[in-house]
Design a protein around this ligand. Structure first.
Ligand code: NAD
Length: 430
């Protein structure tokens, strides 16, 4: 596995756990040192135990030595990052191409190169061009990854589908053998062209981002028209053609994938002079949503936020991960602090380096000390421990308010308890 981040580490550990000999490579020495001393560099439920188990069984090793890792492996997975290029919507493929050149340099016998990184349609062709000097040694396959942070191990073991894209038939049987322990348990093994597999990944993420954005916009309408968006989600989602997942209104979508992949898809389409207007609107609407949520804080607390105490519960883009990439909190917290508010935040995955230098922003390590004396408690991430808080008991400020961006609480219950409560896409009950 080249690249030992969320995808490379989880996939590497899980491939080892189903009996393969796996080497995880990363250029980040700190990460590899941590892993070699038994510490996972990421927060992912169940991962620490699996790392230890497979490390002790000598099926799993971690190194910065890419030369040795490549020369001893038959199948090489590219799992490096594919971020958005600065100042553009294009995908930065420099990490992918750099490690392709390294694969070329250190390969002396037949290898299968598999891109697990999310890459625009046609990237496999470019990889093939880079390795054409030793063309006979390589088969280039696309095997996009669909795991979700926070549920990554389960998703690896029981994927809805395994997508393999190749222009050579023999590659399918090799990958089929590798994934047999999963397909034997019922996971679907889907084969297509290499370009097809590359595009399936972007299409899937863009579609999910569209579902979220659609229900978020409807939530705005619900608030104005006195309807509960949860009824809309349920009523729509019960239709098998629609499905209820990813139809819950909340903050803007974030994370390491949807924001960059929606942009990546639009930019890949532009290369072919195709205008993906739906996806473009989704991107715009999602960006506007962050502003809308901040505006709503002003509506709740007034235009002057100076010295207002705001307590954030959760700052990651979703629960059970420590990933902060493109989280709504990265925009909301700096804005509110700039306006003079005093922000406390608590997240079960720990303190975040992103907020360390922000004036008036403090990390606390539990719910109680984070909320005490707050004027406003913002529930941003749906961690389990935020689901049954006795706000009155812990906030101890007679005029505090709660802004629940995940609709974790009942508006009626809050009203009964005389707590000013604001949520998403529900009629105002205050
Ligand atoms: N995170 C997810 O939930 C998820 C899910 C599905 C697909 N993906 C895709 O998988 C890819 C990886 O995502 P991630 O979240 O694991 O990224 P990440 O940033 O967590 O990890 C990438 C790792 O690659 C390493 N790296 C970069 N260049 C290298 C090189 N030349 N040699 C060795 N190591 C190198 C980096 O140091 C880093 O540790 C992306 O394309 C992403 O879109 C991510």
């Amino acid at each position: 596995m080249i690249g030992t981040g969320y995808v490379g580490l989880v996939s590497g550990v899980c491939f080892a756990d189903i009996g393969n000999q796996v080497v995880c490579v990363d250029k980040d020495k700190n990460k590899i040192d941590k892993l070699n001393s038994g510490i996972s560099p990421i927060y992912e439920p169940g991962l620490d135990e699996l790392i230890k188990k497979n490390f002790i069984a000598k099926r799993l090793s971690f190194t910065t030595n890419i030369d040795k890792a490549i020369s001893t492996s038959d199948i090489i997975f590219i799992c490096v990052g594919t971020p958005t290029r600065k100042g553009s919507i294009k995908v930065d493929l420099s990490f992918v191409y750099k490690c392709t050149r390294e694969i070329l340099k250190y390969s002396k016998r037949k290898k299968i190169i598999v891109t697990k990184s999310t890459v625009p349609v046609g990237t496999g062709d470019e990889i093939e061009k880079i390795v054409k000097k030793k063309k006979k040694l390589f088969t280039v396959i696309s095997n996009p990854e669909f795991l979700r942070e926070g549920e990554a191990i389960r998703d690896f073991r029981y994927p809805d589908r395994i997508v393999i894209g190749s222009n050579e038939k023999k590659a399918f049987s090799i990958m089929n053998k590798l994934y047999a322990p999963l397909t034997n348990k019922g996971s679907k093994f889907f084969t297509t062209s290499r370009r097809g597999a590359e595009l399936i990944k972007y299409a899937s993420n863009a579609f999910l981002a569209t579902k979220i954005t659609f229900i978020n916009e409807l939530a705005n309408l619900c608030e104005k028209s006195g309807v509960n968006v949860e009824d809309i989600s349920l009523g729509m989602g019960s239709d098998n053609r629609i499905g209820g997942r990813f139809l819950r209104a909340g903050p803007a979508y974030g994370g390491s994938c949807f924001p960059k992949d929606t942009k990546g898809l639009v930019s890949a389409a532009e290369k072919y002079k195709i205008n993906l207007s739906v996806v473009k609107s989704v991107i715009k609407s999602n960006q506007q949503r962050v502003n809308l949520l901040t505006k709503r804080v002003h509506k709740i607390l007034g235009s002057n936020l100076k010295n207002k105490k705001i307590s954030f519960l959760g700052v990651t883009f979703k629960p059970n991960t420590d990933d902060m990439r493109d989280s709504t909190s990265l925009k909301m917290i700096p804005y509110l602090c700039k306006k003079g508010a005093k922000v406390n935040y608590y997240d079960p995955s720990g303190e975040k380096k992103e907020f360390r230098k922000i004036k008036n922003c403090n990390y606390t390590n539990n719910i109680k000390s984070n909320c005490i004396g707050a004027d406003l408690v913002v529930l941003l991430t749906e961690w389990d421990e935020f689901k049954s808080i006795d706000f009155k008991k812990i906030v101890k400020n007679s005029k505090f308010k709660v802004y629940d961006l995940r609709n974790l609480y009942s508006a009626e219950e809050m009203k009964k308890n005389k707590i000013k409560y604001y949520s998403v896409g529900r009629p105002n009950t205050n």
